[in-house]
Design a binder for this molecule. Structure first.
Ligand SMILES: Nc1ncnc2c1ncn2[C@@H]1O[C@H](COP(=O)(O)OP(=O)(O)OP(=O)(O)O)[C@@H](O)[C@H]1O
Ligand SMILES: [Mg+2]
Length: 269
């Protein structure tokens, strides 16, 4: 692959220095009215690793992911991508710099083919517009070609070329999840945020999605994933962070974390 910098200039501050985290959350908090959904969460994700967030319902996992992506308002704390503080940036700026998250498929997704879905996702950061087409027809043509190549490159990588002309609505749950992830990857991110990526995936296909995600991490991306199914977490994640009542109550390797009496108590309470 052409690497994360293929499309235009990237802020050098966002490129992680060797041995340093690609994503860091420092004392992040989220409140909804009186509810403290996230209450001072700090964690780091290094390039090439998959970090899992687990915890009981309502622990604040999705709110925390939203605070990282910028979709949910923080009440406190800092978020760093590489060495750059991105806490004040809107979601599309964070995505442009390399922090992207998947979204549930929309009706628009269902009405477009897989190819169209990937191209429009890639366009997200390319600045392609009607005005650009009129002013710079040749440049736009090259851009379209590049976007198309990128879309096919990613489909080949995940053995999805045969789905190029299928509409989103024609895909199975597992294929849909994969296309959601591919839509993120065409933007050449440095960090991928995933909230329950296995929902709707047939049990016999979760293994493939786990392998695909491990492969993505092996390319040097950092992945932060919220997941309920502990068996998936065990196979997918290098490290696990456990949240309960908006706080981190344990962190470490899967086996060690699930054996922690405090973690077991949080799941039973
Ligand atoms: N938009 C919102 N407005 C008000 N309260 C919210 C909102 N979103 C979440 N909450 C509350 O914040 C807390 C954390 O919710 P959140 O969805 O982040 O938890 P979660 O760990 O992702 O849970 P689940 O495992 O069920 O997905 C809960 O008490 C929830 O009711
Ligand atoms: Mg959630």
């Amino acid at each position: 692959m052409s690497g994360p910098m293929a499309l235009g200039a990237v802020d050098p501050q966002v490129v992680p220095t060797p041995g340093a985290p690609v994503l860091e959350a420092r004392d992040v908090a989220v409140g909804y009215g009186g509810v403290r959904a996230v209450d001072g969460v700090s964690l780091a994700v290094y390039p090439g690793e998959v970090v899992g967030i687990i915890g009981p319902n309502g622990a604040g996992k999705s709110s925390f992911l939203g605070a990282l992506g910028g979709q949910v308002k923080r009440s406190r704390g800092h978020i760093l991508l590489g060495s750059r503080d991105i806490s004040q940036l809107p979601p599309h700026e964070r995505a442009r710099l390399g922090l992207v998250r998947t979204f549930q498929t929309t009706s628009e997704f269902a009405r477009m083919t897989v190819f169209e879905n990937l191209v429009t996702a890639a366009e997200g950061d390319s600045g392609a517009s009607l005005k650009a087409v009129i002013l710079h027809p040749r440049r736009t043509h090259l851009r379209e070609q590049e976007l198309s190549e990128r879309a096919f490159g990613i489909m080949e990588r995940f053995e999805m070329t045969h789905t190029a002309d299928l509409y989103g609505r024609e895909l199975s749950g597992g294929q849909r999840r994969l296309v959601e992830i591919m839509r993120c990857l065409v933007r050449h991110p440095q960090v991928l945020l995933l909230d329950e990526p296995m929902v709707g995936v047939a049990p016999h296909l979760t293994g493939k999605l786990i392998d695909d995600l491990r492969g993505i991490a092996a390319d040097g991306l950092g992945i932060l994933v919220v997941e309920h199914a502990l068996e998936v977490v065990r196979r997918l994640c290098d490290r696990v962070v456990v949240m309960a009542f908006g706080k981190v109550i344990a962190a470490g390797e899967f086996e060690e974390v699930v054996a922690d009496p405090q973690v077991q108590a949080a799941y039973l309470s």
